[in-house]
Ligand binder design. Structure first.
Ligand code: ACO
Ligand code: ZN
Length: 281
């Protein structure tokens, strides 16, 4: 994260236009100097290249042939797809994605070096192409066993459950790898809220489906959530009790009811059987 010695830099671009959305930015992002101070920056929603004027953007749109992110489609369910993009092979796209996401991420250093990362871009497809909703990045080889480095739902698509799908997808990848994972720290406030909500739901779902004795390790192995994150989540929903000299896991009616209400909302979910992916070697 940014150190205290670094001068904190002010927001340099006010607004970006992507497809039919105008989006106010949140933070500084190191776009090249010709963009700084511009009120509006046009970003091609397919290749993510920035342009300083409407004219340049229109000229680009006549030439840009990209209709989806430049990688393999590894998941599709109805109109929702995930593409895997290798930072080493698609440097320009991945740098543009990092520049774009830095506008909404304060606490992360921007990785100019995109080589060590894979990028998982979630898109919604219509007749015009696969439109980016959000993404997460993942180190190819994480010493700390992080299964996610940076996560973003573009602001125009936030609070519709896509962050939850991105997080769920990151854990599905970990399950295929046969690993337990956790996101890179520190988390932003919004990141923490979303992860807490996801963890509680995934763990409660597991507990409701498999009644009887269950250990933290079993929950961790079934969900790919680390035992530490499982512990903290159980504590946060007040489900760890000390009874006759033993720790037991016990869900209150309140927690179960909240889970059932959420389930009835019929939100989209990830269907693991549709994941067409092997861990890269
Ligand atoms: N206020 C309160 N609760 C929230 C909020 C919010 N603004 N946003 C998410 N939550 C919680 C809620 O419990 C929500 O469930 P609900 O809508 O059923 O109540 C749950 O998180 C999931 O919300 P989603 O709609 O699935 O999340 P969204 O698509 O908005 O994406 C994300 C969440 C990715 C964190 C988004 O806010 C974002 O991109 N923020 C900017 C970038 C950022 O901070 N990323 C995380 C950095 S940490 C890291 O990268 C490791
Ligand atoms: Zn383009």
């Amino acid at each position: 994260s940014q150190s205290g010695t670094e001068i904190s830099r002010v927001r340099n671009i006010n607004c970006i236009r992507m497809g039919r959305h105008d989006v106010d930015t949140w933070y500084f992002s190191p776009y090249p100097p010709e963009f700084t101070g511009l009120h509006l920056v046009h970003v091609c929603e397919f290749c993510l290249t920035p342009y300083g004027s409407e004219f340049q953007m229109q000229r680009h749109r006549q030439k840009c042939r990209l209709m989806h992110p430049p990688g393999n489609e590894i998941y599709r369910h109805e109109d929702l797809s995930f593409f895997e993009i290798d930072g080493r092979r698609q440097k320009t796209y991945c740098r543009n994605l990092c520049l774009l996401s830095k506008l909404f991420l304060d606490h992360k250093t921007l990785y100019y070096d995109v080589d060590p990362f894979l990028f998982y871009v979630m898109c919604q497809t219509d007749a015009h192409g696969a439109h980016i909703l959000g993404y997460f990045s993942k180190e190819k080889d994480s010493a700390e066993n992080y299964n996610l480095a940076c996560i973003l739902t573009l602001p125009q698509h936030q609070r519709k459950g896509y962050g939850r799908l991105l997080i769920a997808f990151s854990y599905e990848l970990s399950k295929v790898e046969g690993k337990l994972g956790s996101p890179e720290k520190p988390l932003s406030d919004l990141g923490l809220l979303s992860y807490r909500a996801y963890w509680a739901e995934a763990i409660v779902e597991r507990l409701i489906r498999f009644r009887g004795d269950v250990t933290i390790e079993e929950i961790a192995n079934a969900t790919a959530i680390t035992p530490q994150d499982v512990m903290h989540t159980l504590q946060s929903i007040d489900a760890l009790k000390y009874y006759k000299g033993q720790h037991i896991i016990c869900l209150s009616n309140k927690v179960v009811d909240a889970y059932k209400r959420a389930e009835q909302k019929k939100r989209r979910r990830i269907h693991p059987e549709l994941l067409d992916w092997k861990p890269p070697i």
